[in-house]
Design a protein around this ligand. Structure first.
Ligand code: BGC
Length: 560
């Protein structure tokens, strides 16, 4: 690929050996043309996911998040945040300081989720979460308080409202029974209720990509994409409301959780998959699901490398043809080994140590071949991610009819953060695949923790405003004299501006929303601090406005 920055360590491998090894590695090397094809396919799948009717059968789910507003700087208070998405679970106490516009992590605690809980019943999982939360509240002396809670739940969920989120399916090694198809907030509340020894306030559900975008959006106004490349992979971005066919309303933008990990689940990536990917999928706990994620994310990269090393051993190209017990055991080659082996200076030495740890009878050429395998697998991951990210950037640019787009991606995840050249390779490939987009990458500072608290803070602000507005709506006629509610048409289809004056002076700023149609409302920021450009005035974390959904297969146009 021209502009190639792939760090392939070919040195020191004899030519005849290299050509034999390359036969097995070739399917991992994706040309620029192939990546462009992948991007074009994802583009189509994204349209399907956004469609009013086609989304039922879309592999890329494109889930509306109902996040339409960012912090306006008036949020404040203490919040709890829960972060469930990998093998650990985190509880945080976060303080939002209005005056300084800062989000402080007061304290946090990590609780391991043992394998038997990851694969047990949903009730056990949520009891475990509720118990960790109780322990944390005690350690923080917060048990007597009823704090609002941001719940980063990093699995594909059909969000119905900000506090109602139905799990579509488990990913990343979780498979707790009785949770798919259920409202995760209800399950959490029930677990807390079963204990009966503490209370929580309102809950806001957040995907980790959204938390990441939100936390970076606070720092960089043009942050409108959130991306995770860690145990799993996914991205969200700000889509034009008029294209989100499943949600009523044409104005402004809404954050869409793409769930790009599911790309290829309908067979659209058959030509890109290698025999090793197929094996990883077959032996996973969720075969046929999250095809794209299984080629990219930390949960699977180590296993792909192990399978390639095993194949090369069976072909007598490595370790004198003798695999060790460890090499034969699934999961023995950890993804972090890839980063260690690819370290520019110490990589080869690390490779030797790791091969020794795996009880393999290696020589120097073996160690070099192992490093080449790691380069190849991680490089494909970076390029596939780049193809997907470029698809999003190109879409935002064309959505807005721009010749050139300048945008920022908030990013997080161990693969992106820890691998020595993953980010460079990804960025170089994005430049090639989205030449008209100038994409800046901003590492998120705890999007799953602080970002979730921020979403909750915004939700709480909007709910409070909405409540005050409703109170003022219900006043007696005499009082209405004093507290005038003026309803203005804004000229935006279906959108009203409600200005409240009189006694509720604190609500004298304007609010836009579709209150009577089940939507929440939001205050138009005045005197607003730095905000992302997608922070459409008055946009809110709304309740669902889903329009007459049809069942899969029913006719309807899904033009976006
Ligand atoms: C989940 C996403 C999540 C991603 C990164 C995927 O497996 O489906 O919801 O954002 O992992 O954590």
């Amino acid at each position: 690929m021209s502009g190639d920055t792939a760090t392939l360590h070919l040195d020191g491998i004899p030519p005849h050996m290299l050509s034999e090894v390359e036969k097995h590695l070739k399917p991992f090397r994706l040309s620029l043309e192939k990546l462009q094809e992948v991007s074009a396919r994802l583009r189509k799948d994204m349209l399907r996911g956004l469609g009013k009717h086609a989304h039922h059968r879309a592999a890329v789910k494109m889930l509306p998040t109902f996040v339409r507003a960012t912090p306006d700087g008036t949020e404040k208070g203490d919040f709890l945040a829960l972060d469930l998405g990998g093998t650990n679970f985190r509880v945080l106490h976060v303080r939002v300081l209005e005056e300084e516009q800062r989000v402080l992590k007061m304290d946090s605690q990590i609780c391991a989720i043992p394998q038997e809980i990851m694969l047990g019943t949903g009730e056990k999982l949520f009891d475990h979460i509720a118990a960790c939360l109780a322990e944390f509240l005690d350690s923080q002396k917060l048990r007597g308080q009823t704090l609002p809670l941001g719940f980063t739940f990093s699995f594909p969920c059909e969000q119905k409202e900000i506090d109602k989120s139905i799990l579509i399916r488990w990913t990343k090694g979780f498979n707790c029974s009785g949770v798919e198809g259920e409202d995760v907030v209800r399950l959490l509340k029930e677990a807390i209720h079963r204990r009966g020894d503490y209370h929580i306030g309102s809950v806001a559900m957040v995907n980790d990509t959204v938390g990441t975008m939100m936390s970076c959006g606070y720092r960089d106004q043009s942050c409108e994409i959130g991306m995770i490349i860690g145990t799993g992979t996914n991205a969200c971005y700000m889509e034009e409301m008029k294209n989100v066919k499943r949600v009523e309303g044409e104005d402004g933008r809404m954050c869409i959780n793409t769930e790009w990990g599911g790309f290829g689940d309908d067979g659209s990536l058959k030509d890109v998959l290698t025999e090793f990917d197929e094996e990883v999928d077959r032996t996973s706990i969720n075969p046929g699901v999250h095809t794209f994620e299984k080629m990219i994310s930390g949960m699977y990269l180590g296993e792909i490398v192990r399978l390639v090393l095993l194949k090369l051993t069976q072909e007598k190209l490595l370790f004198k043809g003798c695999p060790s017990e460890a090499l034969l055991s699934p999961g023995s080659f950890e993804t972090k080994f890839i980063s260690e082996i690819e370290e520019p200076d110490t990589g080869l030495e690390n490779a030797k140590k790791i091969l020794t740890k795996l009880a393999l009878d290696w020589d120097l050429v073996d160690a070099r071949v192992a490093r080449l395998v790691c380069d190849t697998v991680s490089s494909r991951s970076a390029r596939l991610c780049a193809a997907a990210l470029a698809t999003i950037a190109n879409r935002i640019r064309t959505n807005r009819g721009l010749d050139h787009l300048k945008t920022t991606v908030g990013v997080d995840g161990t693969v992106y953060r820890k691998h020595p050249n993953f980010s460079d390779e990804l960025q170089a490939a994005v430049r090639l695949l989205a030449p008209k987009c100038d994409v800046t990458f901003l590492i998120s500072e705890d999007g799953s923790g602080k970002g979730a608290a921020m979403v909750t803070a915004v939700a709480q602000r909007l709910a409070l405003q909405s409540r005050l507005l409703e109170d003022s709506d219900g006043e007696d006629e005499e009082e209405e004299e004093e507290e005038k509610v003026i309803v203005l048409r804004t000229g935006q289809a279906g959108c009203r501006r409600l200005c409240v004056s009189g006694r509720n002076k604190d609500l004298s700023k304007s609010v836009e929303g579709k209150r009577d149609e089940g939507a929440g409302s939001g205050r138009e920021p005045t005197n607003t601090p730095a905000q992302p450009t997608w922070n459409t005035p008055g946009a809110a974390l709304t309740r669902e406005q889903v329009s007459g959904d049809r069942k899969a297969g029913e006719p309807g146009t899904d033009e976006v």
